[in-house]
Design a binder for this molecule. Structure first.
Ligand code: TXA
Ligand code: MG
Length: 345
């Protein structure tokens, strides 16, 4: 199939791109579109046939649930069976934005979307193009990150084309995304909030909203893709299935090794351009490594991380050394992505 490249910008051409993208989606086709986190691969969430197309194009196992993107809180309430009070507080505080709420699913949501689970992930994205698209389609859109299974998530239309060109109907190009890593995914169970995937919304920010009576639990995802340990201060929790969080994920097509800050210099001193380095420090004078220095601010780092991984892949480096970012909760989303990038299947 030929993938249409629809460039959005000011003026009538941008308008035509948006209209075409909405028309394709309404007809059950697959269209990649920008969100504030990464590009998503969209299809009608309530159309099982369209949703199956997403899994096919990505080569994604049917056991990985998809996030449903909505244009309003009202639309979110239509795809879930219950909307507890804490969902209201979280939506009020973080929507539109990079937070996905996992709640009991409404019957209208096909089993394909939720991978047969009784729950569904829902999110109101902050990107104006994503919002406008959902509004024009007039229905919620299921959208995983717009990359083939286990490839690095896309933050530009060109990244999408790298693995999905010829496999999807269109790419709506709205320029680079801002946040750069995927949304924080939380499950709401009995009024408690459990982080299934760290992301742009930090645990501290969640705790501030959920407050004393609610609790924010951190799930730790092991190789099996199940939450094996969870809880504050070692509190034991039962294992909780969390499909799609396989350890190897977000992985560039090159061997990745995490290196501690004090070892970066030594590890790269006599390196050639076959060695890629993503670091928080500048390239030592004598090193020939292909070097990308990222900002020491977690938000700005996240926003540039995937573009750096794509660039290293494109340059064909044989090994990629990534400096371990500093400790602290603000880096948790980034650390999670780096751990996965460094995990071989
Ligand atoms: O920022 C994002 O979240 C991007 C943009 C496009 O919105 N989307 C994204 O989708 O990252 P995806 O499919 O690559 O990752 C969604 C993850 C799944 O891997 C799964 O772990 C979790 O969200 N998820 C979705 N529905 C779930 C459910 N019902 N129960 C547990 N986890 C769920
Ligand atoms: Mg993904």
């Amino acid at each position: 199939m030929k993938t249409e490249w629809l460039v959005h910008g000011e003026g009538p051409q941008g308008e035509a791109a948006l209209t075409r993208a909405a028309d394709l989606l309404r007809a059950g086709k697959l269209v990649a579109f920008p969100t504030e986190t990464v590009y998503g691969l969209g299809a009608l969430a309530l159309d099982p046939h369209a949703v199956r197309g997403i899994f096919e194009a990505k080569g994604r196992p049917a056991t990985n649930p998809l996030i449903v993107h909505v244009g309003s809180v009202r639309q979110a309430q239509q795809v879930v069976a219950r909307w507890p009070r804490v969902a209201d507080s979280l939506a009020e505080a973080f929507w539109p934005g990079p937070l996905t709420l996992v709640l009991p699913k409404a019957d209208a949501v096909p089993a394909e979307v939720s991978a047969g689970l009784g729950s569904v992930g829902v999110r109101l994205p902050a990107h104006p193009l994503a919002q406008e698209l959902i509004l024009r389609v007039g229905a919620p859109l299921a959208a995983p990150s717009a990359n083939r299974y286990t490839a690095v998530s896309p933050t530009t239309a060109a990244h999408v084309a790298k693995t999905l060109d010829g496999r999807i109907d269109a790419i709506l190009d709205g320029g680079p995304t801002g946040v750069g890593i995927e949304s924080t995914v939380v499950q709401i169970l009995d009024g408690r909030v459990r982080i299934l995937r760290p992301g742009a919304v930090s645990r501290a920010a969640l705790e501030e909203v959920v407050g004393e009576e609610g609790q924010v639990l951190q799930g730790e995802v092991g190789k099996t893709g199940r939450v094996e340990k969870a809880g504050r201060a070692g509190e034991a929790m039962e294992a909780l299935p969390s499909p799609g969080l396989a350890a190897r994920h977000y992985a560039p097509d090159v061997e990745v090794r995490l290196v501690y800050p004090l070892e970066v210099r030594e590890a790269t001193l006599d390196a050639t351009e076959k060695v890629g380095v993503i670091a928080l420090q500048p390239r030592p004078f004598l090193s020939g490594a292909l070097w990308i220095e990222l900002p020491a601010d977690p938000g700005r780092y996240a926003s540039q991380l995937y573009a750096a991984l794509h660039a290293m892949e494109d340059a064909g480096v044989e090994i990629l050394l990534i400096e371990v970012p500093p400790p602290g909760e603000a880096w948790e989303g980034v650390r999670d992505r780096l751990r996965r990038a460094a995990t071989r299947a």
